[in-house]
Design a protein around this ligand. Structure first.
Ligand SMILES: [Zn+2]
Length: 149
């Protein structure tokens, strides 16, 4: 069985509170749609009704696939402890997960190999921040250039 509980959570951006269904374990044999939602990074996602911010909820999630006979998301120190045989970053992972942008310890997605840039809000903000830094650097260099003249 999958298990989920309502939690009152605060939006990290604006502080508005709302009730969110947080999954602590999913059984993809019984609820195959949950697997798709998880892989689309829609599961355990707080979508703020006040500001529209998306934030992954930092919680551990047990992923259970009865057909493939493995559980992921459990802590481990070696692959032999995992039915999937993959121990990645201290958790049993659904696959080897050794790509440069892949992580098996994403908050809320522990045990599921996820591309790190899965959170669209976080990556968009990162790009904006990088842009701001580059603009500041360019302005600084321009100021120095003009002072030299
Ligand atoms: Zn908000």
């Amino acid at each position: 069985m999958s298990s989920a509980q309502e939690h009152r959570l605060k939006c990290p951006q604006c502080g508005a509170e709302q009730d969110v269904l947080v999954y602590s374990s999913i059984n993809v044999t019984i609820d195959p749609s949950l697997r798709d939602r998880l892989l689309a990074a829609e599961l355990n996602l707080l979508t703020c009704h006040a500001c529209g911010n998306n934030a992954l909820i930092d919680t551990s999630l047990l992923y259970h696939d009865m057909e493939k006979q493995f559980c992921v998301g459990q802590s481990c120190s070696s692959g032999s402890e995992c039915r999937s045989t993959f121990c990645v970053g201290g958790v049993c992972c659904d696959r080897a997960c050794n790509g440069p942008t892949e992580s098996c310890t994403m908050p809320g997605h522990a045990g599921i190999c996820t591309v790190r840039a899965a959170a669209p809000v976080a990556s968009a903000r990162g790009v904006v921040a990088l842009g701001a830094v580059l603009t500041a650097l360019a302005l600084l260099m321009l100021t120095r250039e003009s002072r030299r003249r």
